[in-house]
Design a binder for this molecule. Structure first.
Ligand code: UDP
Length: 456
C-alpha cells in the first residue's frame, strides 16, 4: 500500500525555489529531501548566485536562472533588503520562463505545486499566471514572522518614529518584545523594510499553505496567533536538520579538523562561537570579542568566516601578537565549521550565536544553551525568546564589551545559572526528539502536508 503511494507520488513533481543564502538554502534543500523521501520528484530552481553544488544532490534536477545582480550589490557587505528586492525584480521573468519550460517538457510534467521561500514574493503572481498552487516555506521562527507581520501596526503606533526611541519600551502588540527587539535591519532605511515586509506578508497570505521549520511544542502560543491571521493550512514539520544534515548544502568548505580538537577537550567545557553566514562586524568588535573570550579563561571554538570583519583582508594574522597568543592558549579558530556535528559533540557546553533561526534550532536540538548577539532582523526576536521566553540563554544587552562578554561566558559555562539553562534546554531537546517520532506533532503535520500536496 505504502509502496503504491510512493510510486504514485513519483509522478508528482514539486518545484522548489530557495532564496540564495546559506540560512535559506539549507532548510529548503532539507525540505526537498524530506519530500523526496515521501516519494515526490523534486526540481530545484536556483539563481546562479550562491548556487549549491548539484552533484551533491543527484536525486534532484536543477534549473539555473539568471539573477541579474550587479557586482556592486553582490560583492559589498550584504544589504538584505536591497538584494531581496533586486532578486525579486530580476528573477520574476526568468522564473516564469523556467516554469513554462518545465510545464511543457515531456519529461518533467505533472508539476503539482511550487514551494518558494517567503522572500520570493514575486513568485505568487508567477504561480497565479500559470495556474500553479504556491506553498511558501518560512525559514525562520513563527515568533519572528509574527513580529514582521506586526510591522504596519508598530509603524502606526510610532515606536520607531522618534529619532531616539526608548529601546527598552515594551511592545504592547507583541508580548515579550521591546523596541530594541523589533526586527529592523538598517534603521536608516526603515521605509524600504516596511515595503519589503508588506510585499512578502501579503504574497504569503495568497499562498495555498505555509510551512515552518519549527515544532508545535516550542511555539504553541504563537502558532495559535498565526492561525488567526493566516487562514490557510499551516504545517510545522521541523526541526528539518534532524531528517537531513545541513552539511551537504554548505556553500563554504567545513573545516573538520575542529572535531579532533574537540575530542581532546573535557565534556561540556567548550564554548562554540559562530555568527552564521551573513553577519558582519568592524575590527573593534572583533577585538572586544577576542579579549572577552581570552579573559573568560574557558576553552572555545571560534568561527571567523572570511568576510565577517570589514577591512580585515588577512583574516586573523593582523591581530596584535599579545591577543593572538591569548587566543591560541585556549581557543581553536577556523573559517567554517561542520556546525551540526560541533553542537552535538560532548565537549561543547555553550553556543555564542547571532541567533539565526537554523543555528538557534540546531542548538535547541542538541541541548546547548546560548549567549545571544543578534545582528538584525529575525535574529533579534529569536534572541529575546531564547533569553526571556524559553530562558535557555543570555542576551548580551550592551553589545560587544569585553567585560560583559567575559561575565556572560562565565555565567553560562561555570555558574549554576548556566546549568539551569542547560536543564531547561534539555527538556526542549526531548520535546524536539519526540515530535518527530511516529504520532508526534511534526510527524503528523508532515503527514498532513504530504496529503495536502497530493490533493492539489
Ligand atoms: N553553519 C555551518 N558552519 C558554520 C556556521 C554555520 O555549517 O561555521 C550553518 C548552520 O549549521 C546553519 C546555517 O549555516 O544551518 C546558518 O543559518 P542561520 O539561520 O543560523 O544563520 P544565517 O547564516 O542565515 O545568518
Amino acid at each position: 500500500m505504502e509502496n503504491t503511494m510512493l510510486q504514485q507520488r513519483k509522478q508528482c513533481r514539486l518545484v522548489l525555489f530557495p532564496l540564495p543564502f546559506q540560512g535559506h538554502i539549507n532548510p529548503m534543500i532539507q525540505l526537498a529531501n524530506i519530500l523526496h523521501s515521501k516519494g515526490f520528484s523534486i526540481s530545484i530552481v536556483h539563481t546562479r548566485f550562491n548556487s549549491p553544488d548539484p552533484f551533491k544532490h543527484p536525486h534532484f534536477t536543477f534549473h539555473f536562472i539568471s539573477d541579474g545582480l550587479t557586482s556592486d550589490v553582490r560583492d559589498k557587505p550584504l544589504d538584505p533588503v536591497l538584494i531581496i528586492k533586486q532578486l525579486n525584480n530580476n528573477c520574476a521573468e526568468p522564473f516564469r520562463q523556467c516554469l513554462n519550460e518545465l510545464l511543457s517538457d515531456g519529461k518533467e510534467n505533472n508539476v503539482k505545486c511550487i514551494i518558494t521561500d517567503t522572500n520570493w514574493y514575486c513568485a505568487q503572481e508567477v504561480a497565479d499566471s500559470l495556474k500553479l498552487p504556491r506553498i511558501v516555506l518560512r525559514t525562520s521562527s513563527i515568533c519572528a514572522f509574527l513580529a514582521f507581520a506586526a510591522l504596519p501596526r508598530i509603524r502606526e503606533k510610532g515606536y520607531l518614529s522618534n529619532p531616539e526611541p526608548n529601546i527598552e519600551e515594551p511592545i504592547v502588540e507583541l508580548p515579550h518584545l521591546k523596541v530594541k527587539d523589533i526586527p529592523t535591519i538598517d534603521i536608516s532605511k526603515l521605509e524600504d523594510l516596511y515595503q519589503l515586509v508588506g510585499d512578502f506578508v501579503e504574497s504569503s497570505k495568497k499562498a495555498f499553505g505555509l510551512i515552518f521549520n519549527t515544532f508545535k511544542e516550542l511555539e504553541e502560543h504563537d502558532l495559535e496567533k498565526l492561525s488567526e491571521q493566516f487562514l490557510m493550512p499551516i504545517f510545522t514539520i521541523g526541526p528539518f536538520h534532524k531528517h537531513f544534515s545541513a552539511g551537504r548544502s554548505s556553500l563554504l568548505t567545513q573545516d573538520r579538523s575542529c572535531i579532533s580538537w574537540l575530542d581532546t577537550q573535557a565534556p561540556k567545557s567548550v564554548l562554540y562561537v559562530s555568527f552564521g553566514s551573513v553577519a558582519t562586524m568592524n575590527q573593534e568588535k572583533l577585538y572586544e570579542m577576542a579579549w572577552g573570550l581570552a579573559d573568560s579563561k574557558q576553552p572555545f571554538l571560534w568561527v571567523v568566516r572570511p568576510g565577517l570583519v570589514h577591512g580585515l583582508d588577512q583574516w586573523l594574522e593582523s591581530l596584535p601578537n599579545e591577543l593572538l597568543e591569548s587566543i591560541n592558549e585556549r581557543g581553536y579558530v577556523i573559517k567554517w565549521a561542520p556546525q551540526q556535528e560541533v553542537l552535538s559533540h560532548p565537549a561543547v557546553g555553550g553556543f555564542w550565536t547571532h541567533n539565526g533561526w537554523n543555528s538557534t534550532l540546531e542548538s535547541v536540538c542538541e541541548g546547548v544553551p546560548m549567549i545571544s548577539s543578534p545582528f538584525f532582523g529575525d535574529q533579534k526576536v529569536n534572541a529575546r525568546y531564547v533569553n526571556d521566553v524559553w530562558r535557555i540563554g543570555i542576551r548580551l544587552e550592551k553589545g560587544f564589551k569585553r567585560e560583559e562578554i567575559e561575565k556572560a561566558i562565565r555565567r553560562l559555562m561555570v555558574d549554576k545559572e548556566g546549568e539551569d539553562m542547560r536543564q531547561r534546554i534539555m527538556c526542549l531537546k526531548e520535546k524536539a526528539d519526540l515530535c518527530l517520532n511516529v504520532g508526534g506533532s511534526s510527524y503528523r503535520s508532515l503527514e498532513g502536508l504530504v496529503d495536502f500536496i497530493s490533493s492539489l
